[in-house]
Design a protein around this ligand. Structure first.
Ligand code: G1P
Ligand code: ZN
Length: 546
């Protein structure tokens, strides 16, 4: 007998943006409105079929409102008929770890509480995302169903009961549903041990190899501390900012040269460690640094693919590689060299998921600091770090030497992304329309030392299900393999963000140590002129250069 009861509570109308596969992201204050989170969670449950009695995984990146949201979700999962929830201790779990736990325990799906690299705290962002049974983000048909249901929903089901204890490992029950509090790190760490040569990496650390890993006060901290320091023997203190904080210590938990500047200073300073890395709020992004050396995410993917043979879990060979369209073509050259397929997909992780599920690729990545493999169905920051460490332990060379040798063998794709943030939406769309109309006539035209080979508006046909995705960005390809890409961001929150991706191929090793922006200067000028950026947006320069 229990005095718990299920109530059906009326909701206020849902005013949400259409959730993409990265879920619903909003200000914390929006999520705190009465019934807002509940409404969206109920819409997700209503959009799913056949979960009665099955398992749901729940965890978040520890940002403000994480704990409150977990309690609401537990009570709603019970009221809606889930059989069991696996929740990370403290309500914590990184995005790649949720993916891992869903797959390992054959859960029905999972809810991830995060707004990725967006700032947290009471005035920051919060988010909810549903991942399906393959461990990957919900496909579009599901997110569309969730949204449609959220707009019409007028009640949600929630159990009236005391909060569950989410801080003690073990099993309890609410309303007949099992709540199992799990160590958020254990399953993930175990998976990493099957993929990488921990003995070789441990030996490398014992020999004096030093690492600085910046967890940015986000969820990677507990994972990095357990795996790098405890299991692999990196010196205590190798993990910086390792305690997850609800506001990420006031920082912006995005691993790039701007936001991870403390780490960058260490890696560029006197007595820098051998290797530096950082990850974002929910630990799926990564940045890789050597001593005084930045590895672009595009190069990182290419180097990883070329060196997979050095990495225990991938030594048997890789099936193929995929990169998002704007990511540099460095990986294509490696795939050609290895004789494996290379796919160019629209921006975002979901297109990789289909290729991974079909066994067509093993590795994939994006220029926006994301790499991953078939081990889970999300990009994975710490996995990338371990992949690099395994390469370093095997090759016994510095990061810079490995990348320079790579360029020597395959050529170097100088690469940069220029973002024009918060520009007028109509101006941004006008600019893209202008490019769509004008670029077909540019074939064969020369600009300084560059000749245009072809241009298009990128469209993708998914080789696994035939689905067609159009309008993914303008590609201008030059005869020497260089490239300009224009697209509008799908994740910006204010006005529109124009992203211009610039890439110049340089085969000559004597020209592999030039400064990136200078090397791309002519290309940058061509990109500005062709798109009439200044006259159309009023911006003489980008807001962010990566
Ligand atoms: C950005 C990145 C993209 C990534 C996405 C989610 O999207 O460019 O690679 O998948 O965030 O992390 P965008 O704002 O460019 O649409
Ligand atoms: Zn993220």
């Amino acid at each position: 007998m229990s005095d718990q009861s299920v109530s059906s509570v009326s909701t206020t109308p849902f005013e949400g943006q259409r959730p993409g596969t990265s879920g619903l992201r909003k200000k914390v204050t929006v999520f705190q409105q009465a019934g807002y989170l509940e409404n969206f969670v109920q819409a997700i449950f209503d959009g799913l079929d056949g979960f009665a009695g099955h398992t749901l995984v729940v965890g978040g990146d520890g940002r403000f409102y994480n704990r409150e949201a977990v309690q609401i979700i537990l009570k709603m999962a019970a009221a809606n008929g889930f059989g069991r929830v696996l929740v990370g201790r403290g309500g914590l779990m990184s995005t790649p770890a949720v993916s891992c736990v869903i797959r390992k325990h054959q859960a029905f799906g999972g809810l991830i509480l995060s707004a990725s690299h967006n700032p947290g705290g009471p005035d920051g962002d919060f988010g909810v995302k549903y991942n399906a049974g393959n461990g990957g983000p919900a496909p579009e048909n599901l997110t569309e169903a969730f949204y449609a249901r959220a707009c019409e929903i007028d009640a949600y089901k929630i159990l009236e009961c005391a909060d569950a204890d989410i801080d003690t490992l073990g099993t309890s029950s609410i309303g007949g549903m099992t709540v199992e509090v799990v160590d958020p790190v254990a399953d993930y760490a175990e998976l990493m041990q099957t993929l990488f040569d921990f003995d070789a990496i441990r030996k490398m650390f014992a020999g004096g190899f030093r690492i600085a890993f910046d967890a940015m006060h986000a969820i990677a901290g507990p994972y990095a501390t357990e795996i790098l320091e405890r299991r692999l023997g990196a010196a205590p203190g190798s993990v910086m900012n390792g305690t997850p904080l609800p506001d990420f210590g006031g920082g912006h938990p995005d691993p790039n040269l701007v936001h991870a500047h403390d780490l960058v200073d260490i890696m560029n300073g006197a007595d820098a460690p051998d290797f530096g890395a950082a990850s974002d709020g929910d630990a799926d992004r990564n940045m890789i640094l050597g001593r005084n050396f930045f590895v672009t995410p595009s190069d990182s993917l290419a180097v990883m693919a070329a060196n997979a043979g050095h990495v225990m879990g991938y030594a048997g060979g890789i099936a193929g590689v995929a990169r998002s369209m704007p990511t540099s073509q460095a990986a294509d050259r490696v795939a050609a060299g290895l004789g494996v397929e290379c796919f160019e997909t629209p921006t975002g992780w979901k297109f990789f998921g289909n290729l991974l599920d079909a066994g067509r690729i093993t590795l994939c990545g994006e220029e926006s600091f994301g790499t991953g493999s078939d081990h889970v169905r999300e990009k994975d920051g710490l996995w990338t770090v371990l992949f690099w460490l395994n390469i370093l332990a095997s090759r016994k060379q510095s990061v810079a030497d490995i990348v320079r040798e790579h360029w020597g063998e395959f050529g170097r794709n100088y690469y940069s992304r220029h973002d024009y943030e918060a520009i007028d939406t109509a101006a941004a769309e006008g600019l893209m329309d202008h490019l769509r109309q004008s670029t077909p006539d540019l074939k064969g035209r020369t600009f300084g030392s560059y000749e245009i080979d072809w241009c298009d508006d990128f469209a993708y046909t998914d080789p696994t299900d035939g689905g067609v995705t159009t309008g993914q960005g303008i590609r201008i390809s030059f005869t020497d393999g260089s490239r300009i890409v224009y697209r509008l961001s799908g994740t910006g929150t204010e006005g529109a963000t124009l992203r211009v991706y610039l890439e110049r191929f340089e085969p000559d090793p004597a020209r592999h140590d030039l400064a990136t922006q200078e090397t791309l200067a002519e290309m940058i000028g061509i990109a500005r002129d062709l798109a009439e950026i200044e006259t159309r947006t009023g911006r003489g320069a980008p807001t962010v250069i990566t």
